[in-house]
Design a binder for this molecule. Structure first.
Ligand code: ZN
Length: 163
């Protein structure tokens, strides 16, 4: 069996930026199961895994455009404080939330709060970075119909999440 669309693939992985600084790894966060072809992972990362078998390793540099996107200045913008539905106590620099922007659910971060305005950065934290991706394929199996319907992996205990 090889990595292809609608397979549940489990990988160990390591992500570094272009300077070799560690960004994320399975050593920190555990091995990662995902459904191949659902755009759960960045496109360049999925491409590098396609066709691989259990035990195969990947070691590649994924350019920003195929990793977490180019940095987009238009995704750095200010909105009026009263347009944001977040309590004063919670609204502070560094707060992260998800919001729909131009019809797309995006990860957002508060960059600044002042003068009745909130500056928001909706770029992915890794936008604009070439990513050094290393991984090993640990397991490949068919996704269940339920997993395909939901678009995410269920663990061996069955349906085990709250959405
Ligand atoms: Zn589910």
């Amino acid at each position: 069996m090889t990595v292809q669309n609608n397979k549940v693939v489990t990988i160990s992985y390591r992500l570094e930026d272009a300077d070799g600084e560690l960004l994320d790894s399975s050593e920190e966060n555990g091995n990662l199961p995902y459904i191949h072809g659902t755009e759960f992972l960045a496109p360049g990362i999925e491409e590098s895994l396609a066709g691989k078998s259990v035990g195969d390793r990947v070691d590649t540099v994924v350019p920003a455009a195929k990793a977490f996107g180019e940095y987009d200045q238009e995704l750095l913008f200010a909105v009026a404080r009263d347009q944001i539905n977040i309590d004063n106590d919670d609204l502070q620099v560094g707060l992260e939330f998800e919001a729909e922007i131009h019809g797309e659910l995006r990860y957002c971060r508060v960059e600044d709060v002042s003068g009745g305005e909130v500056k928001i950065n909706a770029n992915h934290p890794l936008a604009g970075m070439d990513i050094h991706f290393q991984a090993q394929v640990l397991e490949i199996r068919d996704a269940t119909p339920e997993e395909l319907d939901h678009g995410h992996v269920h663990d061996e205990h069955g349906h085990h999440h709250d959405h």
